[in-house]
Ligand binder design. Structure first.
Ligand SMILES: [Zn+2]
Length: 476
């Protein structure tokens, strides 16, 4: 996610106050598991703001198990999905409750029972009739009805614009002999996504346009419904934004189709060129874009932007310069989230610091040195003000530590960690190490140690990253 810069707000308040091994890597003696496959049929009913979803999941058990755990992220919307200070930005008419109702669960065998909300309201536990062995393939079919909240967030609507992500049940990641069932925090991106394959059939009112994680294979009309079919391989998630007011333009960067969907942008051709140039620049620096297409869409959103595999949201209210920066940040996440996954709950710096670094690299190699300097100065100032009030803190800020300091450490100090290295070694050397990191961990979930290993030859100081990441030292 791209966070809006809260420095002025921060000053105002001052005045007023006076990842371990790769998760998907099997033990050496074990055969790799098949990728999980989601077949999703969803229909949006705009008069009731509901989404009817049937999800068939083909899943291979990662060890001997008698139950499978999934996430129903729509249930996070039973409560405010943002912190109290952001409720007015996220909820245009005040808090509005959303939820997910499970209509039925069936499968390739009898499923005796299920529970929702034992660990977290978003966690669904499906018990199996008998204990199954590692490598057994299960098919689960879940019918759900989602009541969408009126919220400018990852899942919800505002006016006639609908943002649909996390609308289907997702198998929980499996780590150290058990499922991960992390709290859904109302800040940061509280996810750890492994790659999966998707086959999505989406029925929308016929007047609606849709921007999605992949391009539609076909579009047919049935009465008042337009039905699009998508297939997307090895993606972290499938997401979509639908609105009757979206227009789009398309271009290419090498083999990648680039699309820009917009509601209001008089300079749409410049914006599309920026998206294309971002893909071209990051491909040259970090390796190939991981998907056949990349789409940016203007949408109602409470922050500057949000990344998904193959799709990025930018807040439709941003100014042109804010929009450009948000596009660069979210496009960079196609590498630092899409291509190389990371644990965004425990190690949120791992994708955010690299996305922030990538933005400044883009400006630097397009000779916009004044923007680079200002961004570094702003990040330094914001962190120093935070540290003077709350004390120094390391870059690594797990979401469990709370929202206070999350932006100042993860984004601002994380950016300074990467830029300081680029000032010593040069962008080319840093990018060469990052490219080796993406090549080695493409489509996997990389641990912090995997990142450190890729970076180890960049500096003669063996403690460089440990100091920044884990030690609460002041800036030098
Ligand atoms: Zn981000």
């Amino acid at each position: 996610m791209r966070k809006t810069f809260p420095f002025l707000l921060f000053l105002f308040l001052l005045l007023c106050l006076g990842a371990c091994a790769e998760l998907s890597t099997p033990e050496p003696s074990e055969a790799p598991l098949r990728r999980t496959r989601y077949e999703i049929e969803a229909e949006l009913l705009t008069d009731t703001h509901t989404l009817n979803v049937t999800t068939t999941i083909r899943y291979t058990l990662p060890q001997d198990l008698a139950a499978v755990k999934l996430r129903l992220y729509a249930n996070a919307y039973q409560e405010a999905v943002v912190s109290p200070s952001k409720v007015s930005a996220a909820y245009p008419v005040g808090f509005d409750r959303g939820w997910c109702e499970v209509v039925s669960i069936s499968g390739s065998e009898d499923l005796p029972s299920y529970d929702i909300g034992v660990e977290d309201p978003t966690v669904l536990t499906v018990r199996l009739a008998s204990k199954h062995k590692r490598g057994d393939e299960l098919t689960l079919s879940l019918r759900t009805v989602i009541r969408l909240a009126n919220v400018k967030h990852r899942l919800g609507y505002d006016s006639d614009s609908y943002t649909l992500s996390g609308f289907y049940p997702v198998i929980c990641p499996f780590e150290d002999g058990k499922y991960r069932t992390d709290t859904y925090y109302p800040y940061g991106d509280p996810f750890l996504h492994e790659t999966s394959d998707f086959d999505v059939t989406l029925a929308l009112p016929v007047n609606m346009e849709a921007a999605a994680s992949s391009l539609p294979l076909d579009l047919r009309t049935e009465g008042k419904r337009a039905i699009r079919r998508y297939q997307a391989a090895e993606m972290r998630e499938f997401a979509c934004v639908a609105s009757p007011r979206l227009l789009y333009r398309e271009d290419r960067s090498g083999d990648v189709t680039v699309r820009y969907y917009y509601e209001k942008d008089s300079k749409y051709a410049e914006t599309l060129a920026c998206i294309r140039e971002a893909v071209t620049t990051f491909e040259a620096a970090f390796g190939s874009h991981p998907y056949p297409s990349f789409t940016v869409v203007q949408a109602p959103f409470f922050e500057a932007g949000m990344e998904f595999s193959g799709l990025a949201i930018v807040n439709k209210e941003l100014s042109a310069s804010e929009r450009k920066r948000a596009i660069l940040h979210e496009t960079a996440h196609e590498w630092w989230h899409g291509k190389v996954g990371s644990d965004e709950v425990r190690h949120p710096w791992q994708d955010e610091a690299l996305a922030e670094y990538s933005v400044l690299y883009f400006y630097a190699c397009h000779h916009e040195d004044s923007i680079v300097k200002k961004a570094v100065d702003d990040a330094t100032e914001e962190y120093v003000i935070y540290a003077s009030l709350k004390g120094d803190a390391p870059v690594s800020h797990p979401l469990s530590l709370g929202e206070d300091g999350y932006v100042e450490t993860t984004y601002r100090k994380g950016l300074l960690m990467m830029i300081s290295l680029a000032e010593i070694k040069g962008y080319d050397e840093v990018n060469r190490a990052l490219r080796a990191y993406t090549d080695r961990h493409a489509n996997a979930v990389a641990s912090p140690d995997a990142f450190l290993e890729a970076m180890q030859d960049l500096t003669d100081d063996p403690d460089y990253f440990d100091r920044w990441l884990y030690t609460p030292l002041p800036l030098e």
